[in-house]
Design a binder for this molecule. Structure first.
Ligand code: E4P
Length: 227
């Protein structure tokens, strides 16, 4: 399973990239708003992320509400850099815009997916990536992991050749909140987990690792002192 970072914060992206295990970035309007970014700077900000992560897929979300406007916005976003993936929400307009953009060779990440039928429609419309949300489902008192399992199983039952520019669909486990979510996504065979910076840090660390490091350091200092 590959790791994407779910943020629009350039410092967080740069730090996660420096670890050498980052495979992509996802953003959304809320994550951009969190950076304090202005409307006029949105496309420039997406270009900066794309440049920082050259060669890695970077999802930039369109905010238009009808299919025609989504297509126009998607074309503009895709033209910013070759690694930009256009993120569109699952809805009638989003599906129609995905079909048009996919036919033009644009990669689309279909977001806000909460069910297997939504995922199947997205794949048929030409989505290159599909993002089922885990944490937000859990927030409802439901089981986000089991809906992720349904999406992975249903998409995995079919061959998606001819549907999008890469002839394949990858599932991005999204709305990930904890290392446990990451483990569950990997056990289910999700292609990608997109993880916020704080949760990624939690994945790096473990209390026993930290305690072990302190122990090794203390013992090594004794060796140095005795030398
Ligand atoms: C997906 O790409 C979304 O950006 C994301 O995972 C949203 O998750 P949230 O529930 O943490 O907002």
């Amino acid at each position: 399973m590959k790791f994407f970072i779910d943020t629009a914060n350039l410092d967080e992206i740069a730090e996660a990239k420096s670890w050498g295990c980052l495979a992509g970035v996802t953003t959304n309007p809320s994550l951009y708003a969190k950076t304090g970014g202005k409307l006029a700077d949105f496309e420039g900000h997406m270009s900066k992320i794309a440049e920082l992560c050259a060669g890695l897929p970077v999802s930039a979300e369109a905010t238009s509400e009808d299919a025609e406007a989504m297509v126009a916005e998607g074309r503009r976003l895709a033209a910013l850099a070759p690694n930009i993936v256009v993120k569109l929400p699952i809805c009638e307009a989003g599906l129609a815009a995905t079909r048009t953009l996919a036919d033009e060779g644009v990669r689309v990440n279909m977001t806000l997916v909460f069910s297997a039928p939504q995922a199947l429609l997205a794949a048929n419309a030409g989505a290159r990536y599909i993002s089922p949300f885990v944490g937000r489902f859990d927030d409802l008192g439901e089981d986000g992991v089991s809906q992720l399992a349904d999406v992975i199983a249903c998409i995995g039952n079919y061959d998606w050749s001819g549907k999008n520019v890469d002839d394949t669909v990858e599932i991005i486990a999204a709305s990930i909140r904890t290392p446990h979510h990451v483990t569950q996504a990997a056990l289910l065979g999700a292609d990608i987990a997109t993880v916020p910076f704080a949760a990624l840090k939690k994945c790096v660390h473990h209390p026993l690792t930290d305690r072990g490091l302190e122990g090794f350091k203390a013992d090594w200092n004794k060796v140095i002192a005795g030398a």
